[in-house]
Design a protein around this ligand. Sequence first.
Ligand code: UD1
Ligand code: CA
Length: 455
Amino acid sequence: MAAGLGTRMRSSRAKVLHHLDGMPLVNHVVSAALKLNPAKVVAIVGHQADEVEKAIINEFPDADVAFAIQEKQLGTGDAVNSARQILEGRDSTTVVLSGDVPQIKAETLQAMIDAHREAAAACTILSVRLKDPTGYGRVMRNEDGLFERVVEQKDASDEEKKIREINSGIYCFDTVKLFDALSRVGNENAQGEYYLTDVPGIMCADGEVVAVFECPNAKEVEGVNERGQLAKMEKIARKETNRSLMESGVTLLDPKAAYISSRAEIGRDTVIYQNVTVEGKTVIGENCNIRPGVRIVNSVVGDNVEIRDNSFITDSTIGSGCTVGPMAHLRGHALMEEGSKIGNFVELKKTRLGKGSKASHLTYLGDATIGENTNIGAGTITCNYDGKNKHETHIGDNVKIGSDTMLVAPITIGDGAVTGAGSVVTHDVESDTLVAGVPAKLKRANLNGQKQGPQ
Ligand code: UD1
Ligand code: CA
């Protein structure tokens, strides 16, 4: 169920799109559902349905997720009813999850499903006992301790409000019996909504078995209703990630100031300094130094890499033994091959920097390929954009690009070529030649000293 707005978030974005641990809430829930290998996952969407659908498809492009639209948010019973066309008539078990209960574990769901089948129940409710049950629906049992019905907070008497066993909003249903009972749910209650929580009560009155499965870990079923709860969850998730990283041999100089996605992988003996952010599916190798203020997003970093202060790296790859920064910027599938180096205020966009090559200061390299052991002088710019289109720059091996060279793309600089300081290079440069000036002209050929001529 992911159709609600989430009024208490005071947001113009649907609640399930808010992020926990770098991922929309709804995707945590879809992820848990997919781990159960279900025949089908149905996401019930309504508020900002397009955005919610996009977020799910983006994260799970290969998964078989169907979308059911709940036009008006008339309650959780109505929400599930909007999946009727997709699910009705199946001889199956339907597990209902809430888009705003993101920490639920697949193992817990599997244990509930097993218990549900064991008991041959029409419905199994995942419950939990809380010190403070305020806000949740309460699980009412009869004097024999058997389930009777769920009472919502807003409909509960003072006596009922004292009950500490609550409905987590997560259930298993016999699919046929679910849709049969749903047809009989009304909206005569304090909120004028169609409550899914009426279904187990109806089933119970029908003489069906309704079981209650107590969740061993109350944290898993905590809901996000407001931003304070989200911040608390974020902190706990981060602490958990950091603990497991340290256990696996990563040094965190200050765990409280390390913001690392649970989906990131970091090798042993890598040191993460203060205020480092590692997002998405980033992989960092062994024995690296990630200095203060660095942010790395969806990137791959090899072993023995030094990333100096305040560098920003996104969607890029850095080979082993490289040095980056301080204050460097890699983006757009930039690739630094083994042992290459970029220094302060160097930006690489959609550029490959070959093995052992260097761009140490104040440089923009975009849409470029650079060979091995080439040196890019301070202040060099690939002029890749003519106002309409982007053009490529190709630089060979063992090239020396002089300081402050403008390389007007499209352009190719041959192996062993040299450009003079301050050159504006507008035409291709042959291998082993020196060009200089504005615009750059040939100054010397045959730089490597070998005699040219017929062989
Ligand atoms: C619900 C339960 C309550 C339980 C609590 C646990 C009902 C009536 N009550 O209350 O017993 O203790 O969860 O967290 O079910 N949604 C829709 N369409 C709607 C309404 C809601 O898709 O028309 C979705 C929301 O987006 C959300 C989920 O259903 O993901 C739960 O809705 P919410 O309004 O938060 O229910 P609670 O009041 O928390
Ligand atoms: Ca809720």
